[in-house]
Ligand binder design. Structure first.
Ligand code: FAD
Length: 394
C-alpha cells in the first residue's frame, strides 16, 4: 500500500500533536505516525498524573542548550498564556501549585484530550502501532518505508522526543535521522534524574528513605533552593533533579542542609550558653525530623553535651551543615529521567520554523533538539512552542 500526504509528523507526543493540529488548521493534509499503541504516553504520566503543562514564568534562562539563544524566538511567539488560553477554551480546570507552575486540577488525560480533540477538529490523522523502517529524500519531499506501507510527503517533522523512559516508547530514532541527514547530534545524557550514591553515603542515607527536607543544592554552574528527598537508592526530590541537569560525572554536589539559618555559628554559640548540658541533636531537631537529626549526629560524630564543643568544633558543625559535599556514583539514568540533555545541534536548524537549513522540508521539534528545560513545566512549554511555530510555518 502507498499513501501520499502533505506533511508527516513522526511522534504523537506533546510537540508532534501540537504541530500536527496547527498545520492541519492551515489546510494541510497531516499524518502523525507513532510506533506506540497510544498517543502522548508521557503527557499521561507527567506531573504525577496531573501534568505540569506550563510555567507562567518561562524565560530562555530556564533552558539548557549549547546555544542559549536558539529557544528565544519560539518561546516569545508562543507563550505560556497561549497554551493557558487553549486549555481554558476546552474548559479544563487548572491549579498553580508553586508560583507559575500550572497543573490540571483533575488529570493529565485532559491535556492529551485537548491535543487529540484539536487534531480531530483540524483534520490531522494519527496512525499508531506503526514502525518506521527507513526515510529517504525524494525530488519533492520524503518517502517513508513503514509497517503500514510506503508513505510519501512533501514535508517531514521529526518529533520523536529523547531517550528517557524507554518503557514508554522512547527511542533514539530522531538522532539517527538527524545523523542520516548530516546533522550533528550533541552527546546525550539523562537529566532531571535522581542521583545514586557511593557506598559510604548510601550506608547512612538509605536508612532515612522517605525523608524530605528543604535544602540548597549546587554544582559548579547551578544552585537550587528546593526540597531534597532521600530514597533507598539515593538522593532525589526537586533539588537533586534540578542539579542533575547541570552535573557531569565525577563532579561533586554540595548541599546546604540549613538554608533557613544564615549564621549557624552564632546560633550554636548562643545555644551552648543557654543550654550547656543539652546535646547538639536537640538543637538540630528545631530544623529536622527526629530521625534525620539523630542520623546527622551519628554520621558526623556530634555526640556529647554542647559544653564539650569548642568554638572551633561548632564552626566545623556549621560548615558541614551549610556545605556538605558528596560525589554521586551516577544517576538512575534514562530509566527514570524526565528528560534527555543534548540532542540535535540547533546550529543546523532555523529558530523560526525549525527547518534543517541544509534540507528544506525537514524539521526537528521538541525534546529531540538540544534544548532542555528545568523542572516546573518548561519542557512542555518548549514542546508546545516549537510545535506551534513549526505548524504555523509549514
Ligand atoms: P514525547 O512527548 O516523548 O513524544 C515522542 C513520541 O515519539 C512518543 O509518542 C514516542 O512513542 C514516539 N516515538 C519515539 N520513537 C519513535 C519511533 N522510532 N517511531 C515512531 N514513533 C516514535 N515536562 C513538563 O513540562 N512538565 C511535567 O510535568 C513533566 N513531567 C514528566 C514526567 C515524566 C515521568 C517524564 C518522563 C517526563 C516529564 N516531562 C514533563 C517532560 C516531558 O514529558 C517531555 O519533555 C515532553 O513530552 C517532550 O515532548 P516531545 O513531543 O518532544 O516528546
Amino acid at each position: 500500500a502507498s499513501t501520499e500526504t502533505d506533511i508527516v509528523v513522526i511522534g504523537a507526543g506533546a510537540a508532534g500533536l501540537m504541530c500536527a493540529a496547527t498545520a492541519a488548521y492551515q489546510g494541510h493534509r497531516v499524518l502523525v505516525l507513532d510506533h506506540a499503541n497510544k498517543a502522548g504516553k508521557k503527557i499521561l504520566m507527567s506531573g504525577g498524573g496531573r501534568c505540569n503543562f506550563t510555567n507562567l514564568n518561562t524565560t530562555p534562562e530556564h533552558f539548557v542548550s549549547a546555544n542559549p539563544h536558539f529557544c528565544k524566538s519560539a518561546l516569545k511567539r508562543y507563550s505560556p498564556w497561549h497554551f493557558v488560553e487553549l486549555v481554558e477554551r476546552h474548559g479544563i480546570e487548572h491549579v498553580e501549585k508553586a508560583p507559575g507552575q500550572l497543573f490540571c486540577a483533575e488529570s493529565s488525560k485532559e491535556i492529551l484530550g485537548v491535543l487529540l480533540t484539536e487534531c480531530e477538529w483540524a483534520g490531522a490523522e494519527i496512525v499508531l502501532n506503526t514502525a518506521i523502517k527507513r526515510v529517504s529524500k525524494t525530488d519533492n519531499g520524503f518517502s517513508l518505508a513503514t509497517s503500514a506501507g510506503t508513505i510519501t510527503c512533501q514535508k517531514l517533522v521529526v518529533a520523536c522526543g529523547g531517550l528517557s523512559i524507554p518503557t514508554m516508547g522512547a527511542t533514539g530514532f530522531g538522532y539517527q535521522l538527524a545523523e542520516q541527514f548530516g546533522l550533528t547530534v550533541l552527546p546525550t545524557r539523562a537529566g532531571l534524574v535522581p542521583f545514586t550514591l557511593q557506598p559510604d553515603d548510601k550506608a547512612w542515607l538509605a536508612e532515612l528513605s522517605g525523608i524530605s527536607t528543604d535544602v540548597v543544592a549546587s554544582t559548579a554552574h547551578a544552585r537550587f533552593a528546593e526540597p531534597m528527598l532521600i530514597t533507598h537508592r539515593g538522593l532525589s526530590g526537586p533539588a537533586m533533579l534540578q542539579v542533575s541537569s547541570f552535573w557531569t560525572p565525577g563532579q561533586g554536589v554540595t548541599v546546604d542542609w540549613l538554608p533557613q539559618v544564615v549564621d549557624p555559628v552564632a546560633e550554636l554559640v548562643t545555644e551552648r550558653q543557654r543550654h550547656p548540658n543539652r546535646g547538639l541533636e536537640r538543637w538540630l531537631r528545631q530544623y529536622f525530623s527526629q530521625r534525620l537529626a539523630a542520623a546527622l549526629t551519628d554520621q558526623f560524630g556530634w555526640q556529647g553535651n554542647l559544653q564539650q564543643f569548642s568554638n572551633e568544633r561548632l564552626s566545623a558543625v556549621a560548615a558541614t551543615l551549610k556545605g556538605w559535599s558528596f560525589k554521586p556514583s551516577g544517576t538512575e539514568g534514562y530509566r527514570t529521567a524526565e528528560v534527555t540533555l543534548g540532542g540535535v545541534d540547533t546550529d543546523a536548524i532555523s529558530s523560526k520554523n525549525f527547518e534543517v537549513k541544509s534540507v528544506p522540508g525537514l524539521h526537528f521539534i521538541g525534546e529531540v533538539l538540544d534544548v532542555t528545560g528545568q523542572l516546573g513545566g518548561f519542557n512542555f512549554q518548549w514542546a508546545w512552542a516549537s510545535g506551534w511555530c513549526t505548524g504555523q510555518a509549514l
